[in-house]
Design a protein around this ligand. Sequence first.
Ligand SMILES: Cc1cc2nc3c(=O)[nH]c(=O)nc-3n(C[C@H](O)[C@H](O)[C@H](O)COP(=O)(O)O)c2cc1C
Length: 200
Amino acid sequence: MFPTINGRQADHPVSGIFLERWSPRAFAPEAIPDDVLHTIFEASRWAPSATNIQPWHILFARQDTPDFARFLEVIYPRNARWAERASVLAFILSKKERIVQGESVPSLNRNHAFYAGAAWAYLALQSSILGWVAHAIGGFDQDAARQKLDISDDYHINIAVAIGRQGDKTMLPPDLQAREAPTTRHPISHFVSEGVFRKP
Ligand SMILES: Cc1cc2nc3c(=O)[nH]c(=O)nc-3n(C[C@H](O)[C@H](O)[C@H](O)COP(=O)(O)O)c2cc1C
């Protein structure tokens, strides 16, 4: 038998950290110590990218600050209603263009969001390893975020992230309480094909 953690059964002998990480919406009212937050960001630092360009940028705000209120304002209400209790709200940005060696004019880095995704995944796994949780939020107003967070046009705003300590689910509205559990995944046969591309 391979690991079963959080009710998630692996089909192959994967590290438990992948099953332990999930995305709760209930957050306890606990501030994240600086050293923990820095370690979470440090994990993102070590994400890989072509030519080691590292185009990601993390813009964050702590709970109970004017910045947090400003960040929360751009998150759609269906997410803000739970994300408002996070200890930290962050946005994962990525620089869209880069200068290719030998050229003088910047051009689109078509993988900028892919690298930012790796940085997010490292952040999320490190949070979980430390006993904290990170929940990605795609549901926010892009235009409002760019304006209110003063993010220049050369950066793409990929996702918001709510980071905190998992809390008791009874603090959530009933519809979210019902969904507050780890999910499972398709088996690898669903998304892996050898030699010839086969849709699931
Ligand atoms: C890029 C991205 C955007 C997401 N956006 C939202 C969102 O707007 N609201 C939400 O409640 N969850 C959001 N999620 C969380 C996903 O629903 C969740 O990761 C997925 O259901 C798998 O569950 P797990 O993270 O608990 O394993 C997002 C996740 C990712 C990676």
